[in-house]
Design a binder for this molecule. Structure first.
Ligand code: C2E
Ligand code: CA
Ligand code: CA
Length: 799
């Protein structure tokens, strides 16, 4: 343990006092011994002087006894222990001696050495009155007496001195303790026990002296320190709080956050950044943010950051390429960035938001917006854009290009009969053949159901050479398409029709170019399919006419321009038993139009639904009328054609039933004629609909039987009533194409399945007879009655 300051002070004072005391005693003793020596010598000399005369006389007279007496008296003196008197002839006259008064102990010997008194002294004694003769007195001093005295005095002196010194030291120590040590100890104790938060209300020392100044000064410094430290604490607390707040903000941010040094090195991240990258914060810190980027190098990102720091930009987009096991994954990020200065160092805070889903959705939207999902070819809007550009380019460089408008023949039939998945596969295959054939040199697109467009660019600088080339390519396209297609065990032979229009021509735009090529394509179709047609101006008028037709149908429905025509059906005895309703359009300008001039177009545009609804309505209305007029009796059934588009409408059944209710017509009177193509593809649905309508008594007849994909399955399983042998087979019976066996099979099959059979398009007696010989008992055709306006037909009923 360290000695306290007061103890040390006491010890130092004591030691110093003792040393000083000892020193002063020694000096005093030394001076005392010197003085003693002189006094002793003088005392000795004086006592010798007392006996000088008597000794001189005794020497003069050589009186030994007197001399001895004198010497005895001399040695009685404490100082002298031996005296020897020599006469003037140096002969011993007298001699006396005694022992040392005190035995010579070590102390005494030491004292005598210290006193250093000459132990033998000689004196010259005048013999008688003769001053030239001298006897010699030699005395030996009793050193033990001297030393004893000296020792005693020394002891006394030393004791006094020590006592004095101790008293002095005590006084000094006490004073310094009271005035210095104690206050210092108090102060030290006070200082030692001050707590950080103490306000120092009472001071341990208040006197106006140096200590007071120290304490005062200290307390002032403490107070100011204290308030500084309170402020500091508050600041630290605030900082901590704002740090916590910042952390919380970072951790609860919906973005991944990367605080980066200007040089793109990551300095701090939040947990979303860890989640995003799959690395922990410690792994991320120190890495370069550009290391994750699939777009930016370090220097790219640095230059982005410098723009952020200059506030030229506030964000950028990036793609992180992350490795997940073996796979690589791209994450699209929207990064907002701002610069932050911390301790004079510039940082960039990057808030990265994962927009992968949005981006993919955008890409998807873009793709959906610009590409055909089935064939991956450009869709109409992309193709139009592209061809528009090309038109402008060709206008500038004065070279010719061609647009091929390619449409599959009878695609609708494939779709209806084999199903949409086969139809889709056909389109996909055709698309891929188109792409293979024309590759990157042309623009390829699919702009409608089965309509493909091919932009042949930069063909030639004159029109006739360009036409030659376009024709060549069209023909090779047609032969490429006619290669058989194999799907789901079915082999299909498709053909197509191509219309060609050239660009640039005057100032036509993409839409006009497409219209022209489309018109040419329709022309090719109307000329017997599987062919190529160049656009000619006259075609435009025909196309115009088609467009007008569509508008016309709308108008016809509004203006009631359609008419019901009815064709009789007779039995084996030529007795009328039924009829088929056939629509006619009484066109205000073009006169009476038969169905083939508008039905196919109405089917394509969907307007057939409205026409069918009109026909159905009018037919039932007609039946009601016949019932009212009581002429219905002859007529067992009225056959009504229903297009597949209408039949497949979700509310078809409800519509028909509503009408039966509305006109109070029994379903027994109604036969609906449907084509077999729609049945194959939508078997369950069709069956369901038919069953519902059968519940109301309605019968079903398969129209044009034998021209489609006749299948035993549907004949067996569907609730059918009648097969209608197609006109072409009836015709074939007599025109040499020998369709008799087919008709025979159909009739036998119908019999076996307990279905009725009716032959349509019976024009000659020969046909009728042959049919009846083969077992057919119902007939329809010009031979038996032409289609006629319903009023005329009604007259037949009166007969
Ligand atoms: P379809 O259902 O096969 O109707 C029979 C067609 O053959 C009718 O032609 C009729 O006039 C014609 N025809 C009748 N007997 C003979 C004949 O002995 N010889 C010849 N060469 N032809 C004969 P139309 O009226 O021109 O109708 C053509 C097609 O239009 C119909 O064929 C039918 O598929 C469709 N159609 C007619 N009216 C409607 C309708 O109201 N709705 C729907 N969806 N289609 C209809
Ligand atoms: Ca029919
Ligand atoms: Ca028919």
């Amino acid at each position: 343990m360290k000695l306290s300051i007061s103890v040390r002070q006491a010890v130092y004072v004591l030691v110093a006092s003792l040393c000083c005391g000892a020193l002063s005693s020694a000096v005093q003793m030394y001076l005392g011994i010197q003085q003693d020596r002189a006094v002793q010598s003088e005392t000795l000399a004086r006592s010798i002087d007392l006996h000088r005369d008597t000794l001189g006389s005794a020497a003069f007279i050589l009186d030994e006894s007197q001399a001895n007496e004198i010497l005895i008296s001399l040695i009685r003196q404490p100082l002298i222990k031996h005296a020897l008197l020599l006469d003037d002839f140096k002969d011993v006259l007298a001699e006396q001696r005694r022992n040392d008064t005190y035995p010579m102990t070590g102390y005494l010997t030491l004292a005598s050495v210290l006193a250093n008194i000459p132990s033998v002294q000689s004196y010259d004694i005048s013999v008688g009155s003769d001053s030239s003769r001298y006897a010699q007195l030699t005395v030996t001093i009793d050193e033990s007496v001297l030393a004893h005295e000296l020792l005693n005095r020394l002891l006394v002196n030393f004791s006094v001195s020590v006592l004095f010194t101790i008293v002095l030291a005590i006084i000094l120590v006490t004073l310094s303790y009271v005035y210095i040590s104690k206050p210092v100890i108090n102060i030290a104790h006070w200082v030692k026990n001050i707590n950080r938060e103490d306000a120092l209300v009472t001071l341990p020392y208040t006197k106006d002296d140096e200590l007071g100044i120290l304490v005062n000064r200290f307390s002032k410094e403490w107070q100011s320190n204290q308030s500084a430290s309170i402020k500091l604490n508050e600041m630290v607390e605030n900082l901590k709080r704002s740090e916590r707040f910042a952390r919380l903000l970072m951790e609860n941010s919906s973005d991944a956050m990367f605080l980066c040094h200007y040089g793109t090195k990551i300095h701090l991240v939040n947990n979303l950044a860890e989640n995003l990258t799959g690395y922990s914060a410690t792994q991320l810190i120190g890495k370069s943010l550009a290391g994750f980027s699939g777009i930016y190098s370090d220097s790219d990102l640095e230059s982005i950051f410098s723009k952020v720091i200059l506030q030229e930009i506030q964000g950028y987009e990036d793609t992180f390429v992350l490795t997940l096991g073996e796979k690589k994954k791209n994450i699209y990020l929207e990064c907002r960035a701002c610069s932050i200065v911390i301790d004079n160092e510039a940082f960039v805070m990057v808030n990265a938001r994962d927009i992968t889903e949005k981006k993919l959705a955008q890409e998807k939207i873009h793709e959906l917006a610009y590409f055909d999902s089935l064939t991956r070819l450009a869709n109409r809007s992309l193709f139009t854009e592209q061809i528009e550009r090309e038109i402008k380019l060709h206008q500038a460089n004065q070279r010719y290009g061609a647009l091929l408008y390619f449409d599959l023949d009878q695609f609708k039939k494939i779709n209806d009969s084999l199903g949409h998945s086969v139809g889709d596969n056909v389109l996909i295959e055709v698309g891929s053949r188109v792409r293979q054939m024309f590759g990157a040199d042309a623009l390829c697109g699919r702009i409608g159901g089965d309509e493909f467009v091919i932009g042949l660019l930069d063909l030639a600088d004159n029109l006739s050479y360009a036409a030659e080339q376009a024709l060549q390519m069209s023909n090779s396209l047609l032969s490429g398409i006619s290669e058989p297609l194999h799907f789901e065990g079915v082999t299909l032979h498709t053909t197509g029709s191509i219309g060609i229009a050239f660009f640039p021509d005057e100032s036509i735009d993409a839409n006009e170019l497409l219209r022209r090529a489309d018109t040419a394509m329709y022309k090719a179709k109307s000329l017997g399919r599987n062919g190529v047609q160049f656009f000619e101006r006259e075609m435009q008028y025909a196309a115009q006419h088609l467009l007008e037709l569509e508008e016309g149908i709308h108008q016809a429905l509004d203006q009631n321009e359609f008419e019901l025509w009815i064709q009789p059906q007779v039995n084996i005895d030529d007795v009328l038993f039924g009829a088929e309703v056939l629509v006619r359009w009484n066109h205000p300008k073009r006169g009476l139009l038969s169905p083939p001039t508008f039905i196919p177009h109405a089917e394509e545009s969907g307007l057939i639904i409205e026409i069918d609804k009109w026909v159905l309505n009018e037919s039932l209305k007609q039946i009601t009328q016949w019932k009212t007029d009581e002429v219905i009796g002859k007529l067992e059934t009225l056959s009504i054609n229903v297009s597949s588009t209408f039949f497949l409408q979700i509310d078809f059944v409800a519509y028909v039933i509503d009408l039966l209710n509305k006109y109070q017509v029994s379903g027994e009177l109604v036969v609906l004629e449907i084509t077999e193509n729609l049945l194959l593809n939508n078997f369950e649905l069709a069956k369901n609909k038919m069953l519902q309508l059968k519940n109301r008594g309605i019968s079903f007849s398969i129209d044009d039987f034998g021209t489609g994909y006749s299948s035993l399955k549907y004949l067996k399983e569907l609730p059918l009533d009648e097969l209608k042998i197609d006109r072409s087979f009836v015709n074939g019976l007599t025109d040499g194409s020998n369709t008799q066996s087919i008709v025979e099979v159909v009739i036998t099959m119908a019999k076996n399945l307990q279905l009725g059979v009716i032959a349509e398009g019976v024009e000659t007696k020969e046909q009728r007879d042959l049919l009846s010989k083969l077992g057919c008992k119902q007939f329809q055709g010009y031979l038996l009655g032409r289609p006629q306006p319903s009023a005329e037909f009604t007259n037949l009923l009166y007969k």
